[in-house]
Design a protein around this ligand. Sequence first.
Ligand SMILES: CC(C)(COP(=O)(O)OP(=O)(O)OC[C@H]1O[C@@H](n2cnc3c(N)ncnc32)[C@H](O)[C@@H]1OP(=O)(O)O)[C@@H](O)C(=O)NCCC(=O)NCCS
Length: 147
Amino acid sequence: MHQDALSANAVRAFRNTDAESLCALWARVFPGDPPWNAPERMLETKLSVQPELLLVHERGGQIVGAVIAGFDGVRGWLYHLAVAPEYRRQGIASSLVRAAEQRLLELGCPKVNLQVRADNTSVVALYRALGYEVEERVSMGRRLGAR
Ligand SMILES: CC(C)(COP(=O)(O)OP(=O)(O)OC[C@H]1O[C@@H](n2cnc3c(N)ncnc32)[C@H](O)[C@@H]1OP(=O)(O)O)[C@@H](O)C(=O)NCCC(=O)NCCS
């Protein structure tokens, strides 16, 4: 499948010169996100912790796909998987997830978790295609501090 997207060098770690293009991608793909997920803020936050786990896919000088990964020492997490609409169904998201998994595995991570909105059927379909299962859990969260 999708040999181009899956080629060994298709996915790489974020570089500072990608910032504008990556923020433009996130703004396009997640237009309704709340202020705390604003692209520039998300980027600054991620670059402060495990920046090497921010992965991108570049085509023609533009960032057309990206994923945020993190490892807390117990579990790995994936966030904000995004592919530009005109590049979808070419295997780009799959290659980003597989590359993130590989990096997490190299850090000793035994399991990857992620959360998606219940009505986001396309991303659920994608993760199912990659072997992820819906697990019976209650997802809980609390916003910390005044930010
Ligand atoms: C979900 C998303 C990342 C998928 O990106 P992609 O590069 O098109 O995914 P892939 O090409 O790797 O898809 C691999 C497989 O996943 C499944 N899949 C992907 N998108 C799908 C869709 N819209 N509907 C059904 N199945 C889908 C298919 O099985 C596909 O294989 P196929 O193309 O051979 O049928 C992309 O649609 C996107 O950016 N969506 C908006 C952002 C979003 O909601 N992100 C999640 C935040 S948690």
